[in-house]
Design a protein around this ligand. Structure first.
Ligand SMILES: [Zn+2]
Length: 552
């Protein structure tokens, strides 16, 4: 008789909805203890406000997990799916809690490459305890629950409905806390890899079904026929010297040169420059834009490329020029792998560096010494220097500018943008543009001093823009198709010395006339080759925006 009470039929049947809801809530709370500990320990997460934010964050996680489980919410698959997520979350929690690791794709690759001896070394009582508490106990309960049977069609509609409802709830909640959420994720990138079990699921999908954008076989050579074409100018014999300033997070809208009502470019406005107002970036993040800017492929073809190719700098070097990359940021994203390069961001030059960061002007303190190290025979033909700025890198804009370059006050001095008024965020950002204006005018000033030995010019382009609260969006990095213009419209400024204009027959006046022409990062590769008179079959004259101004 007693056995009869224990048969599943005698128990209360659970609907798939109940099990999905319970599992999602369990995973979002207990399954994310390591994430919640990290959040509590963050200096910028304090006060009652952070409790409501934490609750919203947990609800978003629960909803996304529920949406994921709803796809597998069938009587035969649901328990296995929940069990898998519980186990993933439990193992991840243990390693995150004990070792402070995060679960990203390389970490999962490491796990798969761990041999049995290493795995045995890692087995411990704590691991057993964590896995039991987070996964085994709920699994014991779960597998004893009878699941209510339902007709196929009815179950399908229920699952679809659950999936849509969960995603809508997640999206709605995200809208309520978007500013905090975006700030947090940008300030603490590692947090996204601490969200259990979505981190493990994503890494597993990344390894299996998501097409890889990593190394695509051996590097393909480019412009093997590249040569410097003889210049027709009889008057200028000095070699060209081009400084290509690679900007960071500068948006076109915040440049007074491009119509912004605040005076953010007081110094450049006094120079003989051309500023293009309608330039589209290749991506909305540094990692996406920078490799694309130096590529011959252009945005569309770059995204679907089958191979990695050499870039603009390789072609310039192959043609015979001296090429140098000076980086004042996190690195050149593989663009300077085959050319001389230095990083100035960790120099401790007192006038230019504060803590572990240097102002962009530090690059000018090193340029002459670094140029002197380049081969003399190359420098006799001409030189191209890339200066990679720290620029307007956010969200801590206020850290990018020294006190004497803060005309717009008060500025937001919190790394979490949500703690500030929008006006303060804009002030801090605009100050970074004022400093970039100063830096570019200093570059031009230095180039003018080189006019006796070379024929100088400058080209400045930013990698992507930035949202500063428009449509309640901040920072950058949204998928290109949905990103607003603020994240995709970048400044592009040229300065040609009179001797450079003579050498190339390109006039700044003509460039100024064309300032509203629709350009993009796609034009850069060909325009720089054109400007430097490099003859090669990969050069496409129709993409060279200087070509239209030759002889004008
Ligand atoms: Zn960037």
């Amino acid at each position: 008789m007693r056995l009869m009470f224990l048969t599943p039929a005698a128990r209360q049947e659970r609907s798939t909805f109940t099990l999905v809801a319970l599992a999602s809530l369990w995973l979002a709370t207990v399954g994310n203890l390591a994430l919640w500990r990290s959040l509590v320990n963050l200096p910028d997460v304090t006060g009652w406000h952070s409790w409501t934010f934490g609750a919203a964050f947990a609800l978003i996680i629960a909803c996304v997990v529920a949406a994921l489980l709803s796809l597998l919410a069938w009587r035969v698959t649901l328990k296995a799916a929940i069990s898998l997520l519980l186990l993933l979350a439990a193992f991840a929690t243990h390693y995150m809690w004990m070792y402070g690791i995060v679960v990203d794709t390389p970490m999962v690759v490491n796990v798969f490459q761990t041999d049995t001896r290493e795995a045995r070394d890692q087995l411990s009582l704590q691991l057993l305890g964590t896995v039991t508490g987070i996964a085994i106990i709920p699994m014991l309960w779960l597998w004893r629950q009878p699941v209510r049977a339902m007709a196929f069609g009815q179950q399908l509609w229920r699952n679809l409905g659950l999936c849509v409802a969960a995603l809508l709830l997640a999206f709605g909640t995200l809208q309520l806390v978007f500013q905090d959420f975006a700030s947090l994720m940008r300030n603490h990138t590692q947090l996204r890899y601490q969200i259990n079990p979505l981190n493990s699921v994503y890494a597993l999908l990344d390894l299996t079904v998501i097409p890889s954008d990593q190394a695509k076989g051996p590097l393909q050579s480019l412009g093997l026929d590249a040569q410097i074409a003889p210049r027709s100018s009889q008057h200028v014999q000095r070699p060209p010297l081009l400084v290509f300033v690679l900007g960071e997070t500068a948006r076109s809208q915040s440049f007074s040169l491009n119509g912004y009502e605040r005076l953010t470019n007081p110094l450049l406005a006094q120079e003989n420059i051309a500023s293009f107002r309608n330039v589209a970036s290749c991506g909305t993040s540094t990692a996406e834009s920078v490799p694309c800017m130096f590529s011959h492929l252009g945005r569309t073809n770059f995204a679907k490329r089958q191979h990695e190719y050499e870039n603009l700098l390789d072609v310039l070097q192959r043609a015979g020029y001296a090429v140098l990359w000076i980086d004042n940021q996190s690195g050149c994203k593989d663009q300077c792998d085959r050319i001389p390069n230095i990083n100035t961001s960790d120099l401790k030059v007192p006038e230019h560096c504060v803590g572990d960061e240097c102002r962009d002007t530090v690059m000018l303190t090193r340029i002459e010494a670094e140029l002197a190290k380049l081969p003399t025979e190359r420098r006799a033909r001409g030189t191209v220097v890339v200066m990679h700025q720290m620029g307007s890198h956010g969200p801590a804009y206020f850290k990018r500018t020294p006190a004497e370059f803060k005309p717009f006050k008060p500025e937001c001095t919190d790394t979490s943008l949500s703690q500030c008024d929008r006006a303060q965020v804009v002030n801090a950002y605009d100050n970074t543009i004022v400093f970039t204006d100063y830096f570019l005018s200093r570059v031009i000033g230095w180039l003018k001093t080189q006019d006796k030995t070379s024929t100088p010019a400058m080209l400045y382009v930013s990698d992507h823009g930035e949202s500063l609260g428009e449509k309640n969006m901040y920072l950058h990095g949204l998928p290109y198709s949905v990103a607003p213009a603020e994240q995709k419209t970048v400044p592009l400024i040229t300065w040609l010395s009179p001797s450079f204009e003579q050498l190339t027959h390109i006039s700044t006046r003509c460039l100024q006339v064309n300032r509203d022409k629709a350009l993009s990062h796609d034009n850069l590769f060909h325009s720089v080759l054109g400007l430097m008179a490099v003859k090669t079959t990969v050069y496409q004259r129709e993409l060279d925006f200087f070509a239209a101004c030759e002889g004008h």
